[in-house]
Design a protein around this ligand. Structure first.
Ligand SMILES: CCCCCCC/C=C/C(=O)SCCNC(=O)CCNC(=O)[C@H](O)C(C)(C)COP(=O)(O)OP(=O)(O)OC[C@H]1O[C@@H](n2cnc3c(N)ncnc32)[C@H](O)[C@@H]1OP(=O)(O)O
Ligand SMILES: NC(=O)C1=CN([C@@H]2O[C@H](COP(=O)(O)OP(=O)(O)OC[C@H]3O[C@@H](n4cnc5c(N)ncnc54)[C@H](OP(=O)(O)O)[C@@H]3O)[C@@H](O)[C@H]2O)C=CC1
Length: 243
């Protein structure tokens, strides 16, 4: 990855931090964004001088577009910032649905639009983080499942429209980050992991390695693909976070 520039959203915590660190380790120059400067600063401390942090809310369209335009050539864009709250669909207000759809899909689409010129110049690669098997439905995550299924469709559509740019949708199952621990109680996480065919979670290192591989060109014969990094959890009965 030496000589290549990567932008990682949500680089201050969890998966985003692990991805940023792995890319730096492989020689890339990494720009990391997120809302909380103190989290980004910790990633910067761990990563060293080839990591540059910029506080940015990806939902702020004007700021995000200006920032991405300023980067110029972009070899790799990792759209990792995302999240949601668990609630039955009947308990999700319009604002709640919009907030989750915006963070996980519409803002991501806007960032891709802003990055198109830089990616096209570089013959770049994009890894969009999603969620395993969203198209099968996830009880308790109707808003997020809808948005994440949209990411897969967006990835495929842009793969058709943007010549020379490789786009991938990487969909982990359960990765035991602090973020997921804040959202789901341990017993729910244990139930999900137990019903996964491989009987285990997906590690941070595995997600980071997949992003690095896709971003490095190992999979350059592929574009538009949804890769489910979930131990097979998307194959079993449709997921429920509500019991
Ligand atoms: C095989 C399946 C396995 C599934 C495993 C699951 C794996 C998933 C893992 C992860 O995604 S790890 C990431 C974990 N981190 C997060 O998810 C982030 C946490 N969430 C947030 O940061 C925020 O909730 C948000 C999604 C970014 C929204 O933030 P925002 O500041 O825009 O929202 P608010 O202004 O606070 O609220 C807007 C709107 O939403 C309503 N709302 C908020 N929380 C809830 C809730 N718990 N229940 C119902 N509604 C909620 C809130 O009330 C507002 O609506 P109105 O009241 O104004 O109508
Ligand atoms: N952990 C898991 O099991 C799974 C996670 N995923 C997805 O992977 C991604 C990373 O998850 P994980 O590391 O576990 O969780 P985290 O909550 O640790 O990561 C989310 C990151 O996104 C950043 N972020 C959130 N909103 C914004 C915003 N508006 N602008 C910029 N950055 C933002 C957060 O930083 P800050 O708050 O400082 O802005 C944070 O660094 C998410 O999209 C998640 O939904 C998918 C499947 C499974």
């Amino acid at each position: 990855m030496r000589g290549r520039t990567a932008l990682v959203t949500g680089a201050g915590t969890g998966i985003g931090r692990a991805v940023a660190l792995r890319l730096v380790e492989l020689g890339a120059d990494v720009v990391g964004v997120g809302r909380r400067p103190e989290r980004l600063a910790e990633t910067a401390r761990l990563a060293g001088e080839r990591f540059e942090a910029t506080p940015l809310d990806v939902r702020d369209r004007a700021a995000a577009a200006a920032f991405v335009a300023g980067l110029g050539r972009l070899d790799l864009l990792v759209n990792n910032a995302g999240g949601q709250f668990v609630a039955p669909a009947a308990g999700i207000s319009r604002r709640g649905f919009d907030a989750v759809a915006d963070l996980n899909l519409t803002a991501l689409a806007a960032l891709l639009q802003a990055a198109r010129a830089g990616l096209t110049t570089a013959g770049g690669r994009v890894v969009n983080l999603s969620l395993s098997a969203p198209d099968r439905g996830i009880a308790g995550l109707a808003h997020s499942a809808a948005a994440r299924a949209g990411i897969a469709a967006l990835t495929r559509s842009l793969a058709r429209e943007w010549p020379g740019v490789r786009l991938f949708c990487l969909a982990p199952g359960t990765v035991l980050t602090a973020g997921v621990g804040d959202e789901l109680p341990p017993e729910v996480l244990a139930r999900i992991v137990a019903t996964t065919p491989l009987g285990r979670d997906t590690s941070l290192a595995e997600v980071a390695e997949w992003v690095a591989a896709l971003g490095s060109g190992v999979a350059d014969a592929v574009s538009g693909a949804l890769i489910e990094l979930d131990g097979g959890s998307g194959l079993v009965s449709a997921a429920s976070l509500t019991g």
